[in-house]
Each structure stands twice: as structure tokens, then as C-alpha cells.
Ligand binder design. Structure first.
Ligand code: PHE
Length: 341
């Protein structure tokens, strides 16, 4: 009899189902009024006295286990069908609510705009698909001029007309100059495109902020002072700037600006490639041809322009070593900028 009960205990333990009918059949078989337990209790009187205690305990154990099993299976079944309203704890604190973060490019773009808006610059925007005039010709890139190769361009056809994905936001400045009387003091932030192989240091699109100031008697000294103000606001009071002669078709003279390396305090490190300086932007005095192309009297007005890549500034600020990280949307990268706003 002991063996019979042990076998039954095993059977109870192993029984599993998610069918209501099978649970009921199991209940009737073991616990029902004509069930196994009933028979066992009936036989119990024939058990020799010295075994009664042990066998009695086993029968009781079987009864309890069977009842527990039936209850557990029933509960499980109800849980699947619907959550019991009594099981919902309305006082429990909710799961933490994940907030997104601003993209580093957005953070830096805002910072650049904030710095220049404190000295009177406004923001202007224009189309990303540009015609040849606004992206090149008005900016002193004559047709077939080799300077057009400086910025490898993506071309698209629009109703038969060849258009370019703008290679810089200087195109927006042309539009502003065409439509606004000086004085002009504006920034044009936006996405630009260049036909370059994607690598850690180059991408087929990136973001720029270009600036333009046109008024009477604007000089190179104004440009230098404005950029110095920007560099100190952006990279810290101790930052020094360095202007190197350069070439752009739309500015004359032209320069590139470096800032002292804030990583090593100009002592030389691998970020500044041991030069102590980091190149951050191109600039110059707007070429009189460009002013005339846009209907501005170059005898009366002069101006300066500058342009910088936001990715580059963000790379220096946050020590990002691969441009591709900006556009891959990897949460592990992006969530690091949570505290930044
Ligand atoms: N348009 C230039 C570029 O995209 C930057 C620049 C702007 C240089 C204004 C000089 C003056 O590289």
C-alpha cells in the first residue's frame, strides 16, 4: 500500500495541464467521492497497527498535495484568462519612465546660436536641395571652375533641372543677401551634403553653422574680434585663437581659424596632434563680387563670413572620436548626453 501511495504522490507532483477538463478529471480521480483517496481510506482499516501511523501520514500527504495541485492549476488557468482585479496593487510605484536625451549635435548647435545671438545675430534657414546659383555661382564659383571640386557634390534632377544637395549653408546667406537690405547679421545652421566615403573622419552629410555680417565699414578686425569672443565663450576664457591664410572663392582675404587645445592646454596631445591647436572654422571678408551678385553695393558695404562644422565642435567638446556615432542612433552613445540639458 505504501508503494501505491508513493506512486500516486509522484503522479500528483508531475501532473500538469492547462485544460480545465483535465484538471477536473484529475480532481475526480484522486479527490472525488469515488476517487482513489476514498478507496485508500477504506483500505486503511486493514493496515497493521504498527504501520498505521506512517501510512496515515502518507494518505494525508497525498490528499493535501492533490488539493494543492488542483488549486494551483486552477489559479494558473484563471491568471491566463484574466488578471484578477484583486491582484493589482494600485499603490505600487510605477516602472521608471525613461526620458530621451537631446542629440549632441542639437546641444552644440543651440550653444553656438546662443553665443552669437547674444551679440545680435539672428537665425535664417533655407532649402537643402539648392540650385546651382545659390550653392555655387553667386558665391563666385564660375562654371567649370576647379574650386567646385573642393566640395564633391551630390546632384539630383528636379523636373529636368539639375539641382545640388547643398554643400554648405553659404547658399542660405546668398538668399538672405538677395532679399535683405544691410545691415545683415545672421547665422545659418543646417545639414549639408558632400560626396565623400564614410569613415571615422568624413561623412556624406554633416551640419554647419555659417555666419554673415554685412554693414558699412566692416573690417577684418571685426571678424577677428567676433571669432575670439565666440572661441572664449565656447571653449573657455583662456582659449587663444590663431588665423592662418586660406582660400575660399567667396571670401577675400580668407583664413582658417584654430583654437588652442583645451585638452592639453596647448602642450601637445593626440587630440591636437601635438600642435597645441585645433582647426575649427573657415572665414574671411565677403568677396565684393559676391555682394554685387546679390544686389548689394560693394562700394558702400563690406562684410565678413565664417562657417564651422557642428560635428567637429562637438567632437572636441565631448571627445568623440568617430563621426559615424552621430548618425547611428545607438542608445549607448546618445544616453550619455542626458545630463547635458
Ligand atoms: N562655406 C565654407 C565651407 O563650407 C565655410 C566658410 C564660410 C568659409 C564662410 C569662409 C566663409 O567650407
Amino acid at each position: 500500500m505504501k508503494e501505491q501511495i508513493t506512486t500516486l504522490l509522484n503522479e500528483v507532483e508531475q501532473f500538469a495541464t492547462d485544460s480545465k477538463e483535465q484538471i477536473e478529471a484529475f480532481r475526480i480521480k484522486i479527490l472525488g467521492s469515488k476517487g482513489v483517496l476514498k478507496d485508500l481510506f477504506a483500505e486503511f482499516k486493514n493496515v497493521p497497527n504498527e504501520q498505521k501511523k506512517e501510512v496515515g501520514q502518507l494518505i494525508n500527504e497525498l490528499k493535501e498535495k492533490a488539493q494543492e495541485k488542483v488549486n494551483a492549476l486552477k489559479e494558473q488557468l484563471e491568471g491566463l484568462a484574466s488578471t484578477n482585479a484583486n491582484d493589482i496593487d494600485l499603490t505600487r510605484t510605477s516602472y521608471p519612465f525613461e526620458l530621451g536625451s537631446k542629440h549632441p549635435i542639437s546641444i552644440v548647435r543651440k550653444e553656438i546660436i546662443d553665443i552669437f545671438s547674444r551679440i545680435g545675430f539672428t537665425v535664417s534657414e533655407g532649402p537643402e536641395i539648392e540650385d546651382d546659383w545659390h550653392n555655387f555661382t553667386a558665391l563666385n564659383f564660375p562654371p567649370e571652375h576647379p574650386a567646385r571640386d573642393m566640395q564633391d557634390t551630390f546632384f539630383v534632377k528636379n523636373d529636368g533641372e539639375e539641382m545640388a544637395l547643398r554643400t554648405h549653408t553659404s547658399s542660405v546667406q546668398v538668399r538672405i543677401m538677395e532679399n535683405t537690405k544691410p545691415p545683415i547679421r545672421t547665422l545659418s545652421p543646417g545639414r549639408v551634403y558632400r560626396n565623400e566615403a564614410i569613415s571615422a573622419r568624413a561623412h556624406c552629410f554633416f551640419h554647419q553653422v555659417e555666419g554673415l555680417y554685412i554693414a558699412e565699414k566692416v573690417s577684418f578686425a571685426d571678424l577677428k574680434q567676433t571669432l575670439m569672443y565666440f572661441a572664449k565663450e565656447m571653449f573657455g576664457e583662456k582659449t587663444e585663437i590663431r588665423l592662418r591664410p586660406s582660400y575660399f572663392p567667396f571670401t577675400e582675404p580668407s583664413a582658417e581659424m584654430d583654437v588652442s587645445c583645451s585638452v592639453c592646454n596647448s602642450k601637445g596631445c593626440n587630440v591636437c596632434k601635438y600642435t597645441g591647436y585645433l582647426e575649427i572654422l573657415g572665414c574671411g571678408m565677403v568677396d565684393p563680387n559676391v555682394l554685387e551678385n546679390c544686389g548689394i553695393d560693394s562700394k558702400k558695404y563690406s562684410g565678413f563670413a565664417f562657417g564651422m562644422g557642428i560635428e567637429r565642435i562637438a567632437m572636441l567638446k565631448y571627445k568623440v572620436n568617430d563621426l559615424r556615432l552621430y548618425s547611428e542612433g545607438d542608445i549607448r552613445f546618445l544616453s550619455q548626453f542626458k545630463k547635458a540639458f
